[in-house]
Design a protein around this ligand. Structure first.
Ligand SMILES: [Fe+2]
Ligand SMILES: [Fe+2]
Length: 197
């Protein structure tokens, strides 16, 4: 592992400030979210879906950039994250088999992003700069979840696979809970038992 490569559990020993590690994990999750959407681009023929997907993809790359800028404003550089949320999701849930799996996974990771950012916003002693970024990224997540879920449902019903779509969401949610439990425990360890404000 290079010195720029981190795992939350080892970051503390290397003296990485907890906030830089957390912002780097957010940045990494946004980039992987964009990658999921990029994969969806070639599966969707409907021109309206292509428009929404292009807007959505632009949002996720902008979110990654906003976290990058926040890290730079903190006087640091983004850490290369090899074991982030989405890599863990992929490892534990397996590769999506088709477009319905991709859509179900996107619903779950979008819901997680929204929940995580909302939790972070509720932390006491949140600095105004981080609060601004959190508000900026959070305002896009509701429509992201909404349109991807509707599209997934419609495509699943058309294919007579509504149950498989719902089952895929439930399966990804179960993996998501395990992954987040692990990441939150590592974050607590990194910040010495406290959360990052
Ligand atoms: Fe995002
Ligand atoms: Fe999103």
């Amino acid at each position: 592992m290079s010195s720029a490569t981190i795992d939350l559990a080892t970051a503390r020993a290397e003296g990485v400030p907890a906030e830089i590690a957390v912002f780097s994990y957010y940045r990494n999750a946004e980039q992987h979210g964009a990658n999921l959407l990029f994969r969806l681009l070639k599966h969707l023929d409907d021109p309206d879906a292509q428009i929404a997907l292009s807007q959505h993809l632009a949002d996720e790359t902008r979110h990654a950039w906003l976290w990058t800028e926040r890290i730079v404003r903190a006087g640091a550089k983004p850490l290369v994250v090899c074991d982030g949320y989405q890599v863990r999701m992929g490892r534990q849930a397996g590769m999506p088999r088709d477009v319905l799996d991709l859509l179900a996974l996107t619903v779950v990771v979008e819901q997680r992003a929204l929940r995580r950012y909302q939790q972070h916003l509720r932390r006491p002693n949140l600095d105004p700069d981080t609060e601004d970024v959190l508000r900026n990224v959070t305002k896009d997540e509701a429509w992201h979840i909404d349109w991807i879920r509707k599209l997934g449902r419609a495509m699943a019903e058309e294919r007579g696979e509504a149950k498989r779509f719902d089952d895929a969401i439930a399966r990804y949610r179960a993996v998501d809970r395990e992954v987040v439990e692990h990441l939150e425990a590592a974050e607590q360890e990194l910040s010495g038992g406290a959360t990052v404000d």
